[in-house]
Design a protein around this ligand. Structure first.
Ligand code: TMP
Length: 222
């Protein structure tokens, strides 16, 4: 049985990933290839509990190393429980964030560096690599404004600030942004960079084009 296809979506908070994943999933389903969808952190029962701990504004004292270790703990569970079994069954897996997020946020944002993240990935994730990563980077300013609006809305509605990361400073996001660019430059075969303030339809078209090419080329190889 050929291995399935592993697609990840990456980007800053507020980059429109959620909308694009929904549209990509609908497009794949229309083509008879219903994908397995998951997000990180989260996506399994244990992962959802780890997510709560990670994103809750009350977890302010979380050390950066603890944060990184929890991201990997969540990922190990997702790989064992969902991603690897689905790929073994030849399915398409679409994951909202993966190790590039840890490299960008903890490696770049928290300044832990890429080396430790990539080393942990090799050990904890058995170096599982996506076949295709769609990196959404609208302008820095518009991503940040969108993420903060969403966070304020959530706080007004629920009385809780659910995303600790969205209250970070601009300088933190600048470092995340730069690290994402570094990853895209380093791995052009895997990472497709979708940049600028495009419409939802324009981004969707670029995603569909990349996915079509990748799925076709993998199908030809198997
Ligand atoms: P999201 O589900 O809205 O994308 O939020 C998840 C948050 O967690 C987002 O701010 C990015 C952050 N994150 C990390 O810092 N490191 C990671 O490895 C992952 C997967 C997410």
């Amino acid at each position: 049985m050929p291995r399935g296809v592993f697609i990840t979506l990456e980007g800053l908070d507020g980059s429109g990933k959620t909308t694009q994943i929904r549209r990509l999933a609908a497009w794949l389903t229309r083509r008879g290839q219903e994908p397995v969808l998951l997000r990180q952190p989260g996506g399994t029962e244990i992962g959802d509990r780890i997510r709560e701990l990670l994103l809750d504004s009350r977890s302010r004292s979380l050390d950066s190393m603890t944060e990184m270790a929890l991201m990997f703990a969540d990922r190990a569970q997702a790989i064992a429980e969902v991603i690897q079994p689905a790929l073994n069954q030849g399915k398409i897996v679409v994951c909202d964030r993966f190790t590039d997020s840890t490299e960008a946020y903890q490696g770049g944002g928290r300044r832990l560096g890429s080396e430790v993240v990539l080393k942990l990935h090799r050990i904890i994730c058995h170096d599982l690599q996506p076949d295709l990563t769609l990196l959404l980077l609208p302008s820095f300013e518009s991503s940040l404004a969108r993420a903060r609006r969403r966070n304020d809305r959530m706080e007004t509605e629920t009385g809780r600030n659910e995303n600790r990361f969205e209250t970070e400073h601009d300088a933190f996001y600048r470092r995340v942004w730069e690290k994402y660019h570094e990853i895209a430059d380093r791995e052009p075969d895997r990472v497709v960079l979708i940049e600028g303030d495009l419409t939802i339809d324009e981004v969707h078209e670029q995603i569909v084009e990349s996915v079509s090419e990748r799925i076709l080329s993998l199908a030809e190889k198997s």
